[in-house]
Design a protein around this ligand. Sequence first.
Ligand code: ZN
Ligand code: ZN
Length: 275
Amino acid sequence: MRWNANCLALAAMVFAGCTTLGPGTADRLYVFAVGECHTTDLANWSAADAGKPWVFANHCYLIRHGTDLLLWDTGFSDELAKGGRDLGSLQIRVEHPLAEQLEALGVRPDDVTHLALSHLHLDHAGNANLFPNATLYLQRREHEAGFGPQPQRFGFDPATYGKLRDSKTVLLDGDHDVFGDGSVVILSTPGHTPGHQSLLVRLRTTGAVVLSGDIAHLRSNWQYRRTPASNFDREQSVRSMARIQAVLERERALLVIHHDRGQSLTLPKAPGFLK
Ligand SMILES: [Zn+2]
Ligand SMILES: [Zn+2]
């Protein structure tokens, strides 16, 4: 066992007579609403909902753990605040740029010590280039796809994350306990992309929360295990859903569906936070 800050904290608790050691907890979870995506036809996300218009929310999450700050996903590029982007049947709008929301909390991009991305699609990695000095956590397969010869094949745009090429990077081949105390655990959930991942966050009052990236875009897709036709691997996607379901049951955790506007309305937004 390496003798580090976590061991010291553990030893202090043992000497203090604490005999029921459970996993640690993060201090705060901030939710940022960072834009919307309006579509005239849900067919690309769910064949069962073809023809329906829909509005997807988009989010980023900042976790405070002691003096460390971990950012989970980075939203659309803040550049899109200047007029959005019109992709025909898809309209992207950004009203509250991420950098401005961080600044309102007194956080500069360089204060973010850890950056973890559920995957490299532009609605999750849009502002990644703001954080080249954070330690990056990506699954090896996502990193290889994103920095390999054909990122476009996976729907990635390196213009949004290219500055992370030389970042200090922790390449993952599965799950990873970020702070070594069980408070923030990256869960490997491939399928939507080759190295898609989710995040389990344990909080003292709220309990466990799973930030699920694009494991499901719609609550109904989650419920009926539907996947978008464009997913990298459908069978993997469904296995990852089953895996997250088991985590939810084991942890009695709240599943946060990243793009669910209805659920988003129920969550406190920064500067408020979950704790
Ligand atoms: Zn995606
Ligand atoms: Zn997404």
